[in-house]
Design a binder for this molecule. Sequence first.
Ligand SMILES: CC(=O)SCCNC(=O)CCNC(=O)[C@H](O)C(C)(C)COP(=O)(O)OP(=O)(O)OC[C@H]1O[C@@H](n2cnc3c(N)ncnc32)[C@H](O)[C@@H]1OP(=O)(O)O
Length: 151
Amino acid sequence: MNLIRIEPIDKNNWEEAHSISLLKSQEKLVPSVIESLAWAYIKPWDEAFDPYILCKDDKTFGFFYLSYTPNSTNNYWIGGFQIDKEYQGMGLGTQSLKRILDFIQEMHRQCEVISLTIEKSNNHARKLYEKLGFVNQENQDGEIIYKLKLN
Ligand SMILES: CC(=O)SCCNC(=O)CCNC(=O)[C@H](O)C(C)(C)COP(=O)(O)OP(=O)(O)OC[C@H]1O[C@@H](n2cnc3c(N)ncnc32)[C@H](O)[C@@H]1OP(=O)(O)O
């Protein structure tokens, strides 16, 4: 059973989200939680933007957001995905990503394609996405676009 919970960020848990921290060397690979929360307010891509924490038992260990066009079939973007440095390398990244993919399909039944961008140099995360079926679609300016077609 997958015991990972996905919770929307609100006034009760935003400080837990803010406490997630990465290794210094990882900070350039992903927007910070605070930057992502600012985007949720600003909506830079004129799309819906939902930030979430990832939790297990009473611990908050990770973060991601979903940026999307409501009711579209193919405009759903995972971003900001990160696991706190104290919890990395234990399988939580893989389990969380599986849970996130199920969650998106439960919440957005018409979704057929999930996309994301990733820094070319981020080999560790690229391996993780490829393991779960994401395929490298195009490259632009040091970033790669990965897409997963849902069945
Ligand atoms: C769309 C986006 O958001 S892209 C941005 C992705 N996020 C980042 O790069 C932020 C910084 N990195 C992180 O937060 C984490 O390292 C994540 C999310 C990439 C992975 O989280 P983890 O909890 O460490 O993942 P998990 O433990 O499931 O390991 C995944 C794989 O990486 C391997 N791995 C884990 N830690 C390391 C490490 N330090 N060095 C090399 N490989 C590692 C694991 O062995 C596993 O490989 P396997 O499936 O072949 O066994």
